[in-house]
Design a binder for this molecule. Sequence first.
Ligand SMILES: Cc1cc2nc3c(=O)[nH]c(=O)nc-3n(C[C@H](O)[C@H](O)[C@H](O)COP(=O)(O)O)c2cc1C
Length: 357
Amino acid sequence: MTMSTDIINKIKGKGILAPMLATTDIPFRTLCKNEGAALTFTEMVSAVGILRAASTSYRNAVFTPDEHPIGIQLVAAEPDSAAAAIRELLPFKPDLFDINCGCPNDRICEAGAGAELLDDLPRFTQILRAASDASPVPVSVKVRMRGNDTRQTVRDIVRAAEDGGVALITIHARTRNTPYDEAARWEFIADAVNTVSTPIVGNGDIFSSADAFRMLRETGCTAVMVARGCLGTPWIFRDIDSGHDSGIDEHAPEAAAMLAMTVSHLESMLREFGAFRALPRMRKHALWFARRFHGAADLRSQLFAKDDPAALIDAVRNFFADDRHRLATDDPLLIATERRFRERVLYWTTGIVQPEG
Ligand SMILES: Cc1cc2nc3c(=O)[nH]c(=O)nc-3n(C[C@H](O)[C@H](O)[C@H](O)COP(=O)(O)O)c2cc1C
């Protein structure tokens, strides 16, 4: 059995949870898996951090026995550090190691890792080759588009990835400089599918099961990876699983069930991280969950005024208990909120952007 068939056999569905820094921790991965995510990834873990025995890096690589199948995502600038970090993490027994070659963050790119590797395909291949040789479990890679968006570059990238021996290639169909408000270019995912035999996972702008099925149809990819589209809306995986190919929020819970889901998630973050570290994550997730309901802006100011997790959970309880209604899909407030959320998800909850401003 090849490494590709090994991992494909373990993925029992079409919807994969994307790696997301400071977001895809154990509680959120568990929630998404319970909602039907067929594969999940850890937040990115620095290979150098692992080799220096940095506690944050180790913490980000930890998962529970219930989480399989799961991939540990590594960010590495050199073949040796990629291979050594994999050897160090083998006792964790992930189903997959993923190499992040798409991160556009300046600090990561200046260190020669992430999307920077797409400008040096020989080194990109060497890193993937070193990782594949060091790993008894399949290795995957996550890439973006490069530079001037030509079809040739995507073909070069996926061929270079295949030369590196990877079992799966995820393509986030944007370049390093494409902002989130520009649509992902799914046609490049189709190009990748037509170029190599390695299974391709498509990524970019999946916000409903209708989007997921359209990407599967239009590109021929093996599965889709969802990042922003599951923040506060993890049932998107259930929607995808149930095969509704025109589906939007088919399994979205009403207020009472949202309260149960949100509170349970906030409590699991509190158990996992303790009050001090959990609080910023709890605020973020509470607002993601509440954003499509009437009055979310008021909740937002309340949550930023709380620095006690119990008080934060109480505010969320009061919010949803108060006969909340979902905003209608054509409500201008919801449309504006979703646009801001999608463009500025990383800053959305920090006070830099007023979601409903
Ligand atoms: C909050 C956040 C954190 C992210 N962190 C990572 C990461 O650690 N590793 C990675 O490969 N991509 C990361 N990404 C990129 C996503 O995995 C994904 O490729 C991108 O958001 C496009 O998918 P989407 O259109 O479904 O959001 C992150 C994205 C977001 C929104």
